[in-house]
Design a protein around this ligand. Structure first.
Ligand SMILES: NC(=O)c1ccc[n+]([C@@H]2O[C@H](COP(=O)([O-])OP(=O)(O)OC[C@H]3O[C@@H](n4cnc5c(N)ncnc54)[C@H](OP(=O)(O)O)[C@@H]3O)[C@@H](O)[C@H]2O)c1
Length: 260
C-alpha cells in the first residue's frame, strides 16, 4: 500500500528532526529538506532502519529567493504528492535592529516568511485540489508579542501565526488543515545561531521532543494553534490581557538589553 508523504523543512536537527521522526513512526514516507545533506542522509537511513519508510533527501538553502519553486519542482520530478507539509526551517538573530546586518535580517525574512508562504501556496494548492492535506507552520510565543532585540524575528513569527490562522479558515472546507506550532524557548541550536544567551529565557526552555509531539498531535487533531508547555500557555494568556506597551517592556526585560 502507498504510504502518505510528509515534507519537513529544517529536518536535519532540532524540532524539525523530531517532527520527521514522529511522522515516520506514523508510517509517512518523508521528504527531508535542509542545507546539511550529510545529516539528512543519516536521518533517512535511521528512519528506514527503525520504521521501514522511504525518505527523499533534498539539500537546499531555503534562505535564497526562488528556492521554494526549485524545491517544488524537485518534488514533482521525484513523482511525489505531498500530503503533509511542515514549514519548520527558520532562524533568529538577537541584537539591535540597526546594529545587526541588513543582509542577515533580510535572509531571515526570506526563510521565515517568503519561502514558507511560497511553499504553502505551491503545495497547498495541490492539497486543496486533491481534497486532503495538512500544513504545520512553526511560529513561536514571539508570534504573540513584539520582541525588542529580536525585532525582525518576532515580526516574522507574528506573520506565521496570522497567516496560518487565516489559511486554516480558508482551506478547512477543502479538506486541508493548517496548524501554527508556537513554542517558547527550546533547547536546540537556534540559540547559538541567534547569539542568544538570555539566562532568564533559557531557564524556561523545553526539550524539542515534547514540542514536536504537541505539534504533530495538534496537526492531526485539526487544531489551528498549539502552544506547548503550561508555562508558555500561561504567559500568552497573560499577554492577551495586558496592554501592548507593557508587554513590549516585559519582553525587552526578559531578553536583556544589549549595549546601545
Ligand atoms: N529553539 C527555540 O527556542 C525556538 C522557539 C520558538 C520557535 N522556534 C522555531 O522552530 C523552528 C526550528 O528551529 P530549531 O529550534 O529546531 O532550530 P535549529 O536546531 O537551529 O534547526 C533549524 C533547522 O532549520 C534548518 N535551516 C536553517 N536555515 C536554513 C536554510 N537557509 N535553508 C534550509 N534549512 C535551513 C537547519 O538545517 P541546516 O543548518 O542543515 O540548513 C535545521 O534543520 C524555527 O522556525 C524556529 O524559529 C525555535
Amino acid at each position: 500500500m502507498k504510504r502518505p508523504v510528509a515534507l519537513v523543512t529544517g529536518a536535519s536537527i532540532g524540532i524539525g528532526r523530531e517532527i520527521a521522526l514522529l511522522l515516520a513512526q506514523q508510517g509517512h514516507d518523508l521528504v527531508l529538506v535542509a542545507r546539511s545533506a550529510d545529516k539528512l542522509q543519516a536521518l533517512a537511513a535511521e528512519l528506514h532502519r527503525a520504521h521501514g519508510v522511504h525518505s527523499t533527501v533534498i539539500a537546499s538553502d531555503l534562505g535564497v529567493a526562488g528556492s521554494a519553486q526549485a524545491l517544488y519542482n524537485a518534488v514533482q520530478a521525484h513523482g511525489l504528492a505531498v500530503d503533509v507539509l511542515v514549514n519548520n526551517a527558520g532562524f533568529g538573530l538577537k541584537g539591535r535592529f540597526v546594529k545587526l546586518s541588513l543582509a542577515g535580517q533580510m535572509e531571515m525574512v526570506q526563510l521565515n516568511i517568503t519561502t514558507l508562504t511560497e511553499l504553502s501556496w505551491l503545495f497547498g494548492r495541490d492539497m486543496a485540489a486533491r481534497g486532503y492535506g495538512r500544513i504545520l507552520n512553526v511560529g513561536s510565543v514571539a508570534s504573540f508579542e513584539p520582541g525588542p532585540e529580536f525585532a525582525v524575528y518576532a515580526a516574522t513569527k507574528a506573520y506565521v501565526l496570522s497567516f496560518s490562522e487565516a489559511l486554516d479558515a480558508e482551506l478547512r472546507e477543502r479538506g486541508v488543515n493548517v496548524t501554527a506550532l508556537c513554542p517558547g524557548a527550546v533547547l536546540t541550536n537556534f540559540h547559538d545561531r541567534a547569539s542568544n544567551d538570555s539566562k532568564l529565557l533559557l531557564s524556561t526552555a523545553m526539550q524539542p521532543q515534547p514540542v514536536a509531539r504537541a505539534g504533530v498531535r495538534a496537526l492531526f487533531a485539526g487544531r489551528p494553534v498549539v502552544i506547548p508547555g503550561w508555562l508558555n500557555r500561561l504567559a500568552i494568556f497573560t499577554v492577551r490581557l495586558t496592554p501592548r506597551r507593557l508587554v513590549t517592556k516585559v519582553s525587552y526585560w526578559m531578553i536583556g538589553k544589549s549595549p546601545a
